[in-house]
Design a protein around this ligand. Structure first.
Ligand SMILES: *Cc1c(COP(=O)(O)O)cnc(C)c1O
Length: 227
């Protein structure tokens, strides 16, 4: 009786299409994932990760200007606070996360970078529906800095449309836990584009300006700055 010890991973499976395999379709940068530093083109997670399937994740983003982090401590505070509120654990303490972020930036060589730390609920080998069985997954990456507005828009300002989609309320999702609940923001963006605008502002349930897709809004009125 012949027996070939092929695991499912080693089987020759058909390849159909190559839309996402070109390494040049990824921004130039370095990620930390599952204990390794990788080019962005290789930083991939399972489709069974709860972060992907259920937006069960938290993150924070910190900017690097002229080779230095801007207010890293405050971003770490918020990220570590989010992990605690979501009952996620990672195998690194604050100093460990700090070191990983520094390494991502150093290995990337970027002097102006968009640096993200994130944690997903992860997945369980049995595809359990109990979030407590998932192994949480910490990752980080450094890519070139990208702004909400391009150079021309920074000069002249952005045309905004007030969306009729209301921002998910703090009673549902504590906005201090940074999250990927973005369907309201993305639908707001498409509505804005349809109306000839360039970005959207979403209101809260009381009709106050809440935020835009990934940015806070500041207002100067009667010599006073508010947000
Ligand atoms: C992070 C984030 C912002 C910006 O918040 P900061 O406190 O300026 O970092 C705005 N909107 C959303 C949806 C965000 O995730």
């Amino acid at each position: 009786m012949s027996h070939t010890a092929t695991t499912q991973d080693e089987k020759q499976l058909p390849v159909v299409g190559d839309r996402h395999v070109d390494p040049h379709s990824y921004p130039d940068g370095i990620a930390f994932l599952d204990g390794q530093y990788l080019p962005m083109s290789q930083a991939k997670i399972s489709v069974l990760d709860w972060g992907f399937l259920h937006s069960d994740a938290t993150y924070d983003t910190v900017h690097v200007w002229n080779g230095r982090f801007f207010r890293l401590d405050l971003h770490l505070d918020r990220f570590l606070g989010g992990l605690e509120k979501l009952r996620m654990t990672i195998p690194f303490d604050r100093d460990g996360v700090t070191e990983i972020l520094h390494n991502c930036v150093a290995l990337s060589g970027h002097r102006a970078a968009y640096v993200e730390m994130l944690c997903t609920r992860g997945a369980s080998p049995t595809f359990s529906r109990d979030p407590r069985q998932a192994v949480n997954r910490f990752m980080a990456f450094a890519v070139p800095f990208g702004s909400v507005a391009n150079a021309e828009q920074l000069q002249r300002g952005l045309r905004v449309a007030i969306s009729d989609k209301m921002r998910i309320p703090p009673a549902s999702i504590d906005p201090a836990i940074k999250n990927y609940h973005w369907l309201d923001l993305v639908r707001g963006l498409y509505d804005a584009y349809d109306r000839g605008a360039e970005t959207a502002l979403l209101l809260d349930f009381n009709g106050n300006v809440a935020e835009g897709p990934g940015f806070n809004v500041f207002c100067v009125k009667d010599g006073k700055l508010s947000t």
